[in-house]
Design a protein around this ligand. Structure first.
Ligand code: NAD
Length: 418
C-alpha cells in the first residue's frame, strides 16, 4: 500500500485462492493476472501564468472478456502505472461479480486538481480525452469519476469525445444529470453499502435494529451509508474524517451530526471542535471499537498487521477499496470476524454507472426511484450468489465473491475462444 492508502499491488492471495478452488490452468492464471493494455503518455499543460507543467496520463485496461472496459479516472499527484494496474484488476472482478456486461480498467493523471484552475483542468481533461480517443468509447472503454474527478470532468470528456464521435453520452458515466447522468448516482455507493450490510447482518444473526455501527470516513460513501443504515434502524455510534472521530454511546441523529460537521467545516473548523457535544476519538480507536459492524469507508490499508488482532467488530464491511491488507484478512478470519469484500460492498457506484450507460443508449432517463430499485435488485442478486457459494463450497464471503467473479470470466474466455 502506498502513501494516502492507495493500493500499489492487488491482493494476489485472494486471486490465487480462487485459482486453486477452480483448478485454473497456469497459462490462464497468467492471462487473468496480466492487464490487456497499459498506457502512459505525456500531457504538457500551458498554465494560466504562461508556464508549462508536464503531467502524465495513464490508462490500464485489464480485461474485456465480458464487455467494454470500465473504470474510474483518478487525479492525484502520487499515482503511477503500478497503482492503476492494481485498481483496474479490482474493477474486473467487481463488474464480473455484479454480472455487469463490462470488464475492468482504471486511469488518471498525476496532477493535484486542487492546484489547477477550472480552465487548466478543462484543458488537461480534454487533452487526456484526445490522446485516448481511439481507445475509449461506449463499446470500448467507459471512464467514470474517481478520487479527484467530478461530474464536471466527465462532461468535458463527453464534449471532447463527441467532437469526432458524434454526441456520445455513453462514453462516460457519472455525468451531470443535465447531460445524461443517472439520478441517484451520488448516493449509489453508500446506498449499496447499506443494502449489502443489512443482508449480511441478517445472515449473521445481527439484528440491524439493535446493531451498533462505526464508520471510518464521512465523505460521499460513509455519509450516505450512515444515513441509509440509520433509516434501517442501526445505531451509528462513531464517525470520522481524516483528522479524528466522533463517538456517542447512544447513537447519533445522523442527519443532525452531518449538518453540524458541514457547518463546522464551512466555518473553517475541525471535527474536534464538536467536543462539547460528542466524545472525540482517534481513527485508530474507531477501528478498535467494540461494535457489531465496522465500516472502513475512507482509504486502503487501514486494517493491517499492526491492528488486526484488536478489531472487535463481528462484521467488517469494506466500503473503501482494499481497507484490509492480505495479512490482516487472515488474522480477522482466524478470529471468526466476517468480512464483506470491497468488490461486493462498494459495487453500488459501478452498478449505477452501468444503469446510466443503459439509459444513455436508450436515450431515456429513468427516475431516481427506478434506478435505486434496480440497484437494490442487482446487489441483492450478487449477495445471494455469494451467500449460496459460501454454503456450497464452505468459503468465506471474500473467497466466494472471487470464486464467482473469476469463474464467470473464465467461462466468457472459453466461449469466445482464442
Ligand atoms: P471522499 O473523498 O468523499 O471521502 C473520504 C473520507 O475519508 C473523508 O471523510 C476523509 O476525511 C476521510 N479520510 C481521508 N483520509 C483518511 C484517513 N487517513 N483516515 C481516516 N479518514 C480519512 O471519498 P468517497 O467517495 O466517500 O470514497 C471513500 C472510499 O470509497 C475510497 O476508498 C474510494 O476509493 C471508495 N469508493 C468510492 C466510490 C464512490 O462512488 N464514491 C465507489 C467505490 C469505492
Amino acid at each position: 500500500m502506498g502513501s494516502n492508502g492507495m493500493p500499489r499491488k492487488s491482493c494476489e492471495q485472494f486471486l490465487e485462492n480462487a485459482f486453486e478452488l477452480l483448478a485454473v490452468a497456469p497459462e490462464k492464471r497468467q492471462l487473468l493476472r496480466s492487464p490487456y493494455r497499459e498506457l502512459r503518455f505525456e500531457l504538457p499543460l500551458k498554465r494560466d501564468d504562461g508556464s508549462i507543467s508536464l503531467y502524465y496520463g495513464y490508462r490500464v485496461q485489464h480485461n474485456q472478456s465480458r464487455g467494454p472496459f470500465k473504470g474510474g479516472l483518478r487525479y492525484h499527484k502520487d499515482v503511477d502505472l503500478e497503482h492503476f494496474v492494481a485498481l483496474a484488476e479490482i474493477m474486473t472482478w467487481k463488474t464480473s461479480l455484479l454480472d455487469l456486461p463490462f470488464g475492468g480498467a482504471k486511469g488518471g493523471i498525476n496532477c493535484n486538481p486542487h492546484e489547477l484552475s477550472s480552465d487548466e483542468l478543462e484543458t488537461l481533461t480534454k487533452r487526456y480525452t484526445q490522446r485516448m480517443a481511439m481507445l475509449i468509447g461506449p463499446d470500448q472503454d467507459i471512464p467514470a469519476p474517481d478520487m479527484g474527478t467530478r461530474p464536471q470532468e466527465m462532461a468535458w470528456i463527453l464534449d471532447a469525445y463527441s467532437h469526432h464521435g458524434g454526441f456520445s453520452p455513453a462514453v462516460v458515466t457519472g455525468k451531470p444529470v443535465e447531460l445524461g447522468g443517472a439520478k441517484g448516482r451520488n448516493e449509489a455507493t453508500g446506498y449499496g453499502v447499506a443494502i449489502v450490510t443489512a443482508l449480511a447482518a441478517e445472515a449473521e444473526d445481527i439484528p440491524l435494529e439493535e446493531a451498533t455501527v462505526a464508520i471510518q470516513g464521512i465523505g460521499n460513501v460513509g455519509a450516505y451509508a450512515a444515513r441509509f443504515l440509520a433509516e434501517k434502524g442501526a445505531k451509528i455510534v462513531a464517525l470520522s474524517d481524516s483528522h479524528c472521530g466522533l463517538y456517542t454511546e447512544q447513537g447519533f441523529d445522523v442527519e443532525g451530526v452531518l449538518q453540524k460537521v458541514a457547518r463546522c467545516k464551512e466555518e473553517g473548523g475541525q471535527l474536534s471542535d464538536l467536543n462539547d457535544v460528542f466524545e472525540i476519538i482517534s481513527n485508530e480507536e474507531l477501528l478498535e471499537l467494540d461494535v457489531d459492524i465496522l465500516i472502513p469507508a475512507a482509504i486502503g490499508g487501514v486494517i493491517c498487521e499492526g491492528n488486526a488482532e484488536k478489531i472487535k467488530a463481528r462484521l467488517v464491511v469494506e466500503a473503501a477499496n482494499m481497507p484490509i491488507t492480505c495479512k490482516a484478512d487472515t488474522v480477522l478470519n482466524n478470529q471468526s470476524i466476517k468480512i464483506l469484500p470491497d468488490i461486493l460492498a462498494n459495487a453500488g457506484g459501478v452498478t449505477v454507472s452501468y444503469l446510466e450507460w443503459v439509459q444513455n443508449r436508450q436515450r431515456f432517463q429513468w427516475s431516481r426511484k427506478r434506478t435505486l430499485e434496480e440497484l437494490e435488485n442487482r446487489l441483492t442478486d450478487a449477495w445471494e450468489a455469494v451467500e449460496q457459494k459460501t454454503r456450497e463450497e464452505q468459503l468465506n464471503y471474500r473467497q466466494a465473491a472471487y470464486f464467482i467473479a473469476v469463474e464467470r470470466i473464465l467461462k466468457a474466455i472459453d466461449l469466445r475462444g482464442f
